[in-house]
Write a protein that binds this ligand. Structure first.
Ligand SMILES: [Zn+2]
Length: 394
């Protein structure tokens, strides 16, 4: 007799903040166990690896996408083109070429964006070169996908690397019915873009939540036809805060009379600016200036340590400046003139809009406090000695 398949389904919905579900009825009947999860300071590039490995960014090594490594930068050769004027280097076509080059020929993966001035690229490297949703995707740390392979647990993983959210839900439904997999991991990424543009439009995000609710309800029904005790757990990596104000730190720092990359290097994300300082003059002027900014602050090493994002080699920046919730850096390379988001994440985890969620059909077997606890929750769902004779890990 065939042993019954025990189905465990985990769904990661990018940017599904606690503030968007705490008062709504989003799957309240199916998923009665609901709790906010504290995120880590930063963006999905650091948060998702924490969900997949159970440790903070300082331990798994992924934080922001760009980090400084001039000796190993895949763009070292661009130094030879430094004589070119900014107009040529920063041209839209140059950036597009560099993006394609990075993705196709330099092994930087499908997420690579030329989101800094090409003049600075020879100083930098890109963290997410591998597919983090595959075994070995986060070198040096065991992810849930490495663990599933180790345990010979038949499983399926779905992400934007291959599919849209609608395709993922459809494909997972089919695999639940017809494959031998017992562990399913679905990464649904499209809520993030919706909330960036519509987080202040309740009807828009509620409509999208209803769409997800229908898809997940169908998925769980399909699973329960196979295994009446099938479980479904939804979690997210961070929330989304409404953007109320903009601050042009880029222009202010640029007008201090210092030169990049000779005096300093700065990478401006949406809510965070990271600096490497190469002269005493640059250090004194930039730090002094940052202390005058009214809508943000420099994070101390102790605070970075406490937040799980302190890197002793300073690869992600010697000075980390964080904006207050609701503020956005204007003119940063990540927020070009074409993009005016009304929602943003990447603020301090203490802000309630930063919280992610865990929503489950069953009471969690582990104490859930941060997004890293999602890993322990998934790991606990992998049956010990799951290998069945004749079955092979995918
Ligand atoms: Zn986002």
């Amino acid at each position: 007799m065939t042993r019954a398949r025990r189905l465990r389904i985990f769904v990661l919905i990018d940017a599904l903040g606690w503030t968007y579900v705490e008062d709504s009825r989003f799957l309240a009947d199916l998923l009665p166990y609901r709790t906010p999860l504290r995120t880590f300071l930063g963006y999905s590039s650091g948060a998702v690896p924490s969900i997949l490995t159970g440790v903070p960014p300082a331990r798994h090594g992924h934080w922001n996408l760009f980090y400084r490594d001039p000796a190993r930068s895949p763009f070292r050769w661009l130094r030879a083109l430094r004589f070119l004027p900014d107009a040529a280097l920063n041209h839209r076509v140059t950036r597009k070429l560099l993006k394609e080059l990075g993705r196709r020929f330099l092994g930087l993966g499908p997420l690579f964006e030329c989101a800094v001035s090409p003049r600075l690229l020879p100083e930098l490297d890109w963290i997410e070169k591998r597919n983090i949703y595959a075994p070995g995707g986060i070198p040096g740390t065991q992810s849930i996908f490495d663990f599933l392979v180790d345990q010979w647990t038949p499983h399926r993983v779905y992400s934007y690397h291959r599919w849209t959210d609608a395709e993922i839900l459809r494909q997972a439904g089919r695999d639940i019915e017809s494959s031998d997999a017992t562990f399913f991991f679905l990464y649904l990424s499209e809520m993030d873009a919706l909330l960036h543009s519509h987080c202040q439009d309740r009807a828009a995000w509620q409509g999208r939540l209803e769409w997800y609710a229908t898809g997940l309800r169908d998925l769980l029904s399909a699973a329960r036809r196979v295994d009446p005790d099938a479980t479904l757990t939804v979690f997210s990596d961070h929330g989304m805060a409404p953007v109320r104000h903009h601050y042009d730190l880029v222009t202010h720092v640029g007008s201090l009379g210092l030169r990049m990359p000779d005096d300093y290097l700065a990478v401006y994300d949406s809510t965070m600016a990271r600096f490497w300082l190469f002269s005493d003059r640059a250090r004194a002027q930039i730090v002094k200036h940052l202390h005058t900014v009214p809508c943000g602050r420099v994070l101390s090493d102790d605070e970075l340590r406490e937040l799980g994002v302190f890197f002793p080699d300073r690869r992600y920046g010697e000075v980390v400046f964080l904006l207050n919730p609701g503020w956005l850096l204007s003119n940063s390379d990540f927020n070009g003139i074409d993009w005016r988001p009304t929602g943003m994440h990447g603020y301090h985890p203490d802000d309630s809009y930063s919280d992610g969620v865990c929503l489950g059909t069953h009471k969690p077997t582990v104490d859930l406090r941060t997004i890293a606890d999602a890993y322990r929750c998934m790991r606990g769902a992998v049956p010990a000695g799951a290998a069945v004779e004749g079955q092979h890990a995918p």
